[in-house]
Design a protein around this ligand. Structure first.
Ligand code: GAL
Ligand code: CA
Length: 352
């Protein structure tokens, strides 16, 4: 039997142009690379709310590193496709559509706007692609929508309690922290994105931990700096104009903002009050080492990545996930937070 070979004959210059376009556009599409890879390849689509976030970038790097290690160890090939949502939910939904149409086996979503979770879960369910949310937590009702939906992260209130305890211990052991000697702890609070549970609950529980320890507190001012160092510096400069050395403690919902506050104090040549953050990013650990940041709370980026990968491997090999990871309420994997101060810095930052 004769096979008919069709040849589409565009003139050469047009063919070259089409080829150039394809080469230029393809890498921009988030996808899982089906078609270019063997069928045995595990295709993972990872959607970040934004890549421009120190902690999230660390999770993505860890995931890449661990996937490579996993490949090096076994027969499995892993195709990890990471998409940057640029803080735009519409962009992220498009990226998830691409993951689905390009044949991902699993999707990991760091959702931009958690109120959009249901839409995403329904899409995943329709395509029967397991969906793992991480770091930005959808509400329980959404997570329970479909049995192959998971959440991997840390408990926001626990981060707040541990941050509060660092301040309680410091305050009770060092009377000089009470700069004006009135027995009351005057603080400012740099908050993360409005509506984010890590912002709301860390704030609430940090302060609660102080008052429950019997410390009288006075909030001078609070405001959001959206997790960002630059915004936190600007805010703190304004607050310094208003309160000057009256600020005795700076609480920041994350390290980048704590570092921004430190930038502001140093820029204006003022002596630093007690500053605390959350995350234990590398720049924050350096700041603890040089004594500008009093303490932070380790938010386990590596643990989140490891748990996601283990869950993925279980889900795609037909194993019961509960055999490989510690699942709570069938959907949740929780990573513990840990306090970090000068006294245990060595555990988190070897060689400090
Ligand atoms: C928090 C973290 C912040 C920021 C945020 C993004 O857990 O402490 O630094 O990364 O997540 O959702
Ligand atoms: Ca005071």
């Amino acid at each position: 039997m004769n096979r008919i070979t069709r040849s589409y004959s565009f003139p050469l210059p047009i063919r070259l142009l089409l080829l150039t376009l394809a080469v230029a556009v393809l890498p921009l599409l988030p996808g899982c690379g089906r078609g270019q890879e063997e069928e045995s390849t595990l295709r993972i689509g990872v959607a970040l709310y934004t890549q421009d976030d120190t902690f999230i970038a660390t999770i993505a790097q860890e995931l890449e590193r661990m996937a490579q290690e996993e490949e090096a160890e076994g027969e499995i090939k892993i195709n990890l496709s990471i998409a940057d949502g640029r803080s735009n939910q519409t962009t992220q939904l498009d990226q998830v559509d691409q993951f689905i149409s390009r044949g991902c086996d699993v999707m990991c979503v760091n959702i931009v706007d958690r109120t959009a979770a249901a839409v995403l879960i329904d899409k995943a369910e329709e395509a029967d692609i397991p969906l793992i949310f991480f770091n930005r937590q959808p509400v329980l009702e959404d997570i329970q929508r479909w049995e192959k939906t998971y959440y991997v992260g840390a408990r926001a209130e626990e981060g707040g309690v541990l941050q509060g305890q660092i301040v309680v211990d410091a305050w009770l052991s060092n009377p000089d922290l009470d700069r004006n000697g009135d027995g009351v702890l005057q603080y400012v609070m740099l908050e993360g994105e409005p509506g984010h549970q890590d912002a709301m609950l860390r704030t609430e529980y940090a302060v609660k931990t102080l008052t429950q320890a019997g410390i009288e507190v006075e909030k001078l001012v609070s405001g959001t700096a959206n997790w960002k160092r630059g915004q936190a510096m600007t805010k703190t400069l304004q607050w310094l104009d208003e309160f000057g050395d009256g600020i005795e403690v700076v609480f920041a919902n994350n390290d980048d903002m704590a570092l921004g506050a430190i930038d502001a104090f140093l820029e204006t040549g003022r002596s630093l009050p007690l500053v605390v953050g959350v995350d234990a990013t590398t720049p924050a650990l350096e700041a603890v080492a040089d004594g500008t940041l009093y303490g932070t709370v380790h938010n386990d980026a590596g643990g989140i990545s490891r748990a996601m990968l283990d869950l993925i491997l279980a889900l795609t090999s037909g194993e019961d996930p509960a055999q490989r990871v510690e699942l709570e309420e069938e959907h949740y994997i929780w990573l513990p937070y840990q306090q970090v101060t000068g006294s245990n810095l060595e555990d988190f930052y070897p060689g400090a």
